[in-house]
Design a protein around this ligand. Structure first.
Ligand SMILES: Cc1cc2nc3c(=O)[nH]c(=O)nc-3n(C[C@H](O)[C@H](O)[C@H](O)COP(=O)(O)OP(=O)(O)OC[C@H]3O[C@@H](n4cnc5c(N)ncnc54)[C@H](O)[C@@H]3O)c2cc1C
Length: 429
């Protein structure tokens, strides 16, 4: 089988790309191992709502038109939106098709699947940036009496053993899961490393509204000082709830969640926490202040000061003067540990040498270091919001331009080569 372009992944990124290719009449196929929006169907906990407001759920040719633009969709509502998008776009998608290998050929790529083989000139990796949980190496040293699962496997508090729970990691997933389990009546200890603090609402508007309007979410990958570092910044402590609640550490501790520093090691049944909790919290408070400064400056420059409440600052994060540094994991204080320590992409099927030492794709704004290969949906791919749904809307049309340029160039080169072989019209006799 042959297509000019093979897109791997039928999530929002793959479908956004499909829509952009259809606009340019570039023939392609979307290969998806499960059903459309597989990750939203199978890899989210039960209560998850988008942390991005509904109005920000946009894709090329699609804008939210419901009656709750400032609300937050549930995961199953996201599935509905993406599945409907696939139908409207009429994406040429082949579901239940797992890509098992991608390798380079003389004129493009060979994509092997469990349903046969595709040859193509260009390939788009839209297989997701959050495929597998990322656990620290010492996770395997956990005593067998403690149950353990990742944020990806977690579904709801009722499925957990009774007793205390430690959630490791205080980014968006960690704070949401910690808050929900604490509400269920279990004592939660949250191990907090580097994190990004964010209020849900500031000066009467959603923080995502401000970040979009002030250009923060649209900051481009080639404008930041250190893109490698920027791509590793943890997600902001946000959740989408009908009450528009804030999920920062102060909000969590007010419900009884206990804080500890970053979980640094597990040794002979004891958890060892870093002593840097206060520093990490001070840094997060400082960075929040800088973000709000940016927003306030933008609001003033754009004449919003009269129509919005005045600038203000949030109280500093409250941290115990001497937070605990160890915990005996054999006493039953904690029955379950949930790793909310981030996710990584899975490229175990990619047989092209484009991965760096950390297993991430080497690319320049989604143009991978292998001609005709493109990446979509990765953190800060082309702009700060690249891994969001709204990021696929912005990035896919730009990547299609790159892909089309490559196709035009290879067509010209092939034509030139064949004219050399057969002789140009002028030299033919
Ligand atoms: C917990 C969590 C919460 C998030 N919340 C938000 C939010 O509130 N708002 C927001 O905008 N974004 C959010 N995101 C980020 C992002 O929108 C999602 O991760 C989204 O699923 C990414 O879409 P995607 O199309 O890039 O990747 P995915 O949705 O992961 O799609 C990739 C597809 O590729 C398929 N695939 C993978 N490997 C293969 C293979 N070898 N062969 C065939 N198919 C394959 C997968 O089955 C999957 O369907 C969240 C992410 C996570 C993890």
């Amino acid at each position: 089988m042959h297509a000019t372009t093979v897109i791997i992944g039928g999530g929002q990124a793959g479908l956004a790309m499909s829509r952009c290719l259809l606009d340019r009449s570039i023939d392609h196929v979307v290969l998806e191992r499960g059903a459309v929006a597989n990750s939203w169907r199978n890899e989210r906990w039960d209560s998850l709502r988008l942390l991005t407001p509904n109005w920000q759920c946009r894709l090329p040719g699609y804008a939210y038109a419901g009656d709750d633009p400032d609300g937050f969709m549930t995961a199953s509502e996201v599935v509905d939106v993406i599945a409907a998008y696939a139908k409207t776009v009429a994406a040429p998608i082949q579901t239940d098709t797992t890509v098992t290998s991608v390798r380079r050929t003389d004129d493009g790529y060979c994509v092997t699947t469990d349903q046969g083989e595709w040859s193509c000139e260009t390939v788009v990796l839209a297989s997701g940036a959050f495929n597998v949980p990322h656990l620290p190496a010492f996770a395997s040293a956990l005593p067998s009496s403690v149950a353990t699962l990742s944020a990806m496997a977690y579904r709801n508090p009722q499925e957990l053993d009774a007793g205390g729970v430690m959630v490791v990691g205080a980014s968006a997933s960690g704070v949401q899961i910690a808050a929900e389990i604490q509400r269920s009546g279990r004592q939660v200890t949250l191990a907090v490393g580097e994190h990004v603090r964010g209020p849900r609402v500031y000066r009467d508007r959603d923080i995502h509204w401000w970040m979009e309007a002030a250009g923060v979410l649209n900051e481009r990958y080639d404008e930041v000082d250190d893109i490698v570092r920027a791509r590793r910044v943890p997600s902001m402590q946000l959740a989408g709830s009908p009450e528009k609640a804030t999920f920062d550490l102060n909000a969590l501790t007010s419900t009884g969640v206990q804080l500890a520093g970053r979980l640094a090691n597990i040794n002979e049944g004891r958890a060892q926490f870093s002593g840097s909790l206060r520093n990490k919290c001070e840094l997060a408070d400082l960075k929040l202040g800088r973000l709000l400064d940016t927003i306030d400056e933008w609001a003033t420059a754009n004449g919003l000061d009269d129509s919005t409440p005045p600038p203000h600052r949030f109280p500093p994060t409250v941290v115990d003067t001497s937070p605990r540094l160890t915990m005996d994991l054999t006493t039953g204080e904690v029955e379950t540990i949930i790793w909310a320590t981030g996710f990584r992409p899975d490229y175990s099927w990619l047989d092209v040498a484009v991965l760096d030492a950390k297993g991430m794709i080497r690319h320049d704004g989604g143009v991978v270091e292998s001609p005709g290969m493109y990446l979509l949906g990765s953190p800060f791919l082309r702009r700060r919001k690249s891994s969001f749904i709204d990021g696929a809307r912005a990035d896919a049309p730009e990547l299609v331009v790159e892909l089309k340029t490559h196709l035009d160039h290879t067509t010209r080169t092939t034509r030139a080569n064949s004219s050399t072989w057969f002789g140009t019209p002028e030299t033919r006799t």
